[in-house]
Design a protein around this ligand. Structure first.
Ligand SMILES: *[C@@H]1O[C@H](CO)[C@@H](O)[C@H](O)[C@H]1NC(C)=O
Ligand SMILES: *[C@@H]1O[C@H](CO)[C@@H](O)[C@H](O)[C@H]1NC(C)=O
Length: 179
């Protein structure tokens, strides 16, 4: 059953020019908040598709797949997807996103990402580090010296701002290729 689907997927992939550029490989997702997807396409591709999260590992993802967003405009080149109602599935590897023809036809896969990991978000507190990174640091009433600026190279902070940075980077890359 699975190999049949795989063959079907591969044959459909070769008929489409859409390519998922992110997530995949080292460009993974976290389990905290919206995550970004970027792709490349040509004018002959369908005008829209449905984004589905999959994982063959049932221990990580008990359901076959999870529709994340329908009727995504192909021309957009990238989008963000909100977590499913039940939240992101378990942290781990072998996740993929499929770009499917429609939410009624999930077997028609236009493009499939490389495998990627969903990792635990570094910060789970209400104070989003993404917000903290883009706004001026608010004064705290703690006893620490005010000149003690947060280290920008902290791995947690770098990972948190990595998604939007990669998103912009993908757009820049895409624009560069189209120019
Ligand atoms: C994905 O996670 C596994 C451990 O679960 C790790 O070995 C692997 O290097 C990770 N892959 C990437 C691309 O980060
Ligand atoms: C979505 O794409 C299909 C073709 O795959 C097309 O028939 C349909 O009109 C499109 N819908 C919208 C809302 O763009």
């Amino acid at each position: 059953m699975f190999s049949l689907l795989a063959i079907l997927a591969v044959s459909l992939l070769s008929a489409s020019a859409i390519q998922v550029t992110s997530p995949g490989g080292t460009k993974g997702w976290t389990n905290d908040g919206s995550q970004s997807i970027a792709w490349q396409s040509v004018s002959t591709d369908p005008s829209n598709f449905t984004i589905v999260l999959t994982n063959p590992n049932r221990a990580l993802m008990p359901n076959d797949n999870q529709i994340l967003k329908a009727l995504v405009s192909t021309n957009a080149g990238s989008t963000t997807v909100d977590p499913p109602a039940m939240g992101w599935p378990a942290v781990g590897g072998s996740y993929r996103v499929n770009l499917c023809k429609s939410s009624e036809d999930l077997n028609s896969i236009l493009a499939q990402s490389m495998e990627f990991n969903i990792t635990a978000a570094a910060v789970k507190s209400g104070a989003s580090s993404a917000t903290a990174a883009t706004t001026a640091t608010s004064p705290t009433d703690s006893g620490t010296a005010s000149g003690d600026a947060p280290a920008p190279s902290k791995s947690n902070a770098a990972f948190q701002i990595g998604a939007p940075t990669g998103f912009v980077g993908a757009l820049v890359l895409l624009c560069g290729m189209l120019a």
